[in-house]
Ligand binder design. Sequence first.
Ligand SMILES: [Zn+2]
Length: 274
Amino acid sequence: MSVSVTRFAAPTASVNSWLVADDTSLIVIDVLRSSAEAAELADEVAASGKQLLAVVVTHGHPDHYIGLRTFAERFPDMPLLVASREIADDITGFTAWMESVGWLDAEPTMKARSTANPDGFDYGIIQVADRMELTLAQGAVVRLDTDWPAAEADHTTVVHVPSANAVFTSDLVYSGVHAWEGPQVTRDKIQSWLAALDTLLERYGTHVTVHPGHGPQGGTARYEEIRRYLRDFLNVTEAATGREEATAEMIRRYPDHEQADFLLPLSIDFHVHA
Ligand SMILES: [Zn+2]
């Protein structure tokens, strides 16, 4: 039995889906920010000829769950899983907020179903996993670890596949992409996020392959990369006299990072008030 890992890197939000497969089955971790990109991902899953056992959404941010409806329609018997009730609640909460500010106008099928909007998505079909261990058809264990502090998201799932020596960090790690530190990601939570990077190293060891929520996989140097980024972000936003200065300084330090036009300005707006 061998377990393979495939990255599906979407342009929108520079976000990843990860496919974890054995010879006959697979699990998809996260389903992207765009229904159109999720449809491409679903095509890839179908073309593999393997049985899709579950989709796992790691946390309640839309760049990881907008593709849920696409998957629900393409694979109707397949469970859409989150690892805790809190993550399911984060998803419905974020959806309500997005609707209130018009962010779902481009993805109207992902507005919540209601009597006023009977064509919306039924978020009630998302299931809370009853076990924190899933199993691929040939026996490989896929662990869901949820005991992380509020950081980039208030509740996060890290997926660990011991037989593949693979850890899927969700958005505790970004690589080559400006990290989300927008509304709700307070400076206290950024400190907790830094502490969680220590925990990742202690818990899963130094020899794992780290698969980030955004950006390519790599070794545990990925932890150092995001640690340096978060410290720089704290220092730059504290020292800057205004948003333009802070933005320019982060781009100067990270000239090749993606999301300088979206995740970065939203994060700067939240932390710099002039
Ligand atoms: Zn994300």
